[in-house]
Design a protein around this ligand. Structure first.
Ligand SMILES: Cc1cc2nc3c(=O)[nH]c(=O)nc-3n(C[C@H](O)[C@H](O)[C@H](O)COP(=O)(O)OP(=O)(O)OC[C@H]3O[C@@H](n4cnc5c(N)ncnc54)[C@H](O)[C@@H]3O)c2cc1C
Length: 448
């Protein structure tokens, strides 16, 4: 065994009673994010099995970051010192049918939670494109799905339990903590270690998913509102070429008054006759069932199936939120860059998201449309393109996705987030010595 690997395992064993998950990466590659584009700055990781263990660890460390399921494309989750993993703490703690809430430990993924609550007759209001991500990590970065009436995933949070930098337990409840709650839910990992999350649930429902091909750009431009309101969740996928939206994904609830009635033509787009991947060349095996086949909400709301690789795998992602009222103008501004974008792009996706009240959410007080880019994994090319896109979207005060790649300056972020100074004050109060701050947060939020 190499000396370095041996030391890694020894330090893992001495630091952690739950060292077994470490051996997988200790014996292999460096610790990286899901896409492999970020090599984390340390391999020191402690895996806690209980709140008690997490608290002891937090108290002992000067600096640390919680690592969720590692699906962010930038360094928001990075640490130069220590990682705390709550992966082993993934149990459903309580389902309260009267209050219509479910409380989960922070390590749980949507992929584990959703089938459980469905079997008990309940559902969440929305999901991201993939179920593989952790609930705590997704809510911390304002991860969203689609649907103009659906807030991002954090809008389902009814309460959060944290451990602060001092190791103290702090519960933040939507009803009881009206001031702290909107500050804490999209916390960017800067306020403390989330140990439990309570989410709103609703009665389980069935959904159908249809895909249409080749929506003319002109139709999108003239009928954007009608298209966005045609189903519970709407996704427009485009490679920006040929003046068209390549695929329109419509997810509707199988309920009176909510159903989408699929006709062969949808604003000039044609109903697909087989299941498709958003990147047309890839196999639809990884994707949730389409063609109007009814199925449980958690097997239709995400585009990708649990147990399969979501999206493409070797990729980079970027996403910008613009106010809904500027959606068409912003989309057309990006479309004008088509010949610069397409060589580096796998696919773009356009989604609508309802406004929310979370200070650091890109949808804070603003119904939004998100323009997303799944790039080929060529950081040099993508890094050169980001300022070009951001320049075009600047008139619309675009806000970047916190978990994806962007070049927007800290000054612009400050201008885009009216509550950012108050968020910084709160973080400094809860974490006076910057235990949970890293280079990403220092540069983008705390002003260097
Ligand atoms: C293939 C793919 C598809 C995606 N699709 C979507 C999509 O449809 N919509 C969308 O909005 N985003 C999407 N994303 C982005 C993704 O949802 C976010 O990056 C999300 O944050 C991932 O959660 P995670 O658990 O992997 O977070 P990580 O990357 O592990 O961590 C993210 C942040 O959360 C913090 N954190 C995690 N757990 C805790 C905790 N317990 N306490 C305190 N802080 C914590 C971390 O410290 C870090 O700051 C996609 C990403 C991929 C790779």
């Amino acid at each position: 065994m190499e000396k370095r690997t041996f030391l890694k395992i020894v330090s893992a064993i001495t630091a952690s009673p739950a060292f077994s998950p470490l051996i997988a990466w200790a014996a292999g590659d460096k610790l990286k994010n899901w896409a492999g584009n970020v090599e984390y700055s340390t391999e020191n990781m402690y895996s806690a099995n209980s709140i008690h263990e997490a608290r002891d660890f937090i108290k002992k460390q000067g600096k640390l970051k919680v690592l969720g399921t590692r699906h962010c494309f930038n360094k928001i989750a990075d640490s130069a010192d220590y990682f705390l993993s709550l992966k082993e703490m993934d149990e459903v703690i309580a389902l309260d049918p009267q209050a219509r809430t479910v409380t989960v430990a922070a390590g749980v993924t949507y992929g584990k939670l959703c089938p459980y609550i469905h079997a008990k007759g309940f559902a969440l209001h929305n999901l991201a494109s993939l179920p593989h991500i952790s609930v705590a990590g997704a809510c911390s970065t304002a991860t969203h799905g689609s649907g103009e009436k659906n807030g991002n995933l954090a809008t389902a949070v009814a309460a959060l339990e944290f451990l602060t930098a001092a190791g103290d337990a702090l519960k933040v409840d939507r009803q009881k903590d009206a001031e702290l709650f909107p500050a804490a839910v999209v916390g960017l990992g800067a306020l403390g270690v989330i140990t439990n999350v309570t989410l709103d649930v609703q009665p389980a429902f069935l959904m159908r998913q249809y895909v249409y091909l080749n929506l003319p750009l002109r139709q999108m431009q003239d009928h954007f509102d009608a298209i966005e309101s045609s189903a519970y969740s709407v996704s427009l996928f485009t490679d920006w070429q040929k003046q068209r939206i390549n695929e329109v994904w419509l997810k509707s609830r199988v309920e009176p008054g909510q159903e989408f009635h699929a006709t062969p033509d949808f604003f000039g787009a044609k109903l697909a006759t087989r299941n498709l991947h958003p990147i047309a060349e890839l196999s639809a095996e990884n994707c949730t069932e389409q063609m109007g086949v009814p199925g449980p909400w958690y097997e239709r709301l995400p585009h990708f199936r649990m147990g399969f690789t979501p999206s493409a795998g070797k990729e980079l992602q970027t996403e910008y939120f613009v106010p809904r009222r500027h959606a068409v103008e912003a989309i057309l501004a990006v479309e004008r860059l088509r010949d610069q974008l397409t060589p580096h792009l796998m696919i773009s996706e356009i989604r609508a998201i309802a406004a929310d009240s979370f200070w650091m959410s890109p949808c804070y007080k603003q119904p939004s449309v998100a323009i997303h880019f799944t790039w080929k994994q060529d950081w040099t090319a993508v890094r050169a393109l980001l300022p070009v896109i951001e320049r075009e979207l600047a008139p619309f005060h675009a806000r970047p996705h916190w978990g994806k790649l962007f070049a927007i300056s800290p000054e612009q972020l400050k201008a885009a987030y009216e509550k950012l100074p108050e968020f910084v004050q709160l973080a400094r109060r809860l974490d006076p010595h910057g235990k949970f701050r890293n280079d990403f947060l220092n540069a983008n939020i705390f002003g260097g």
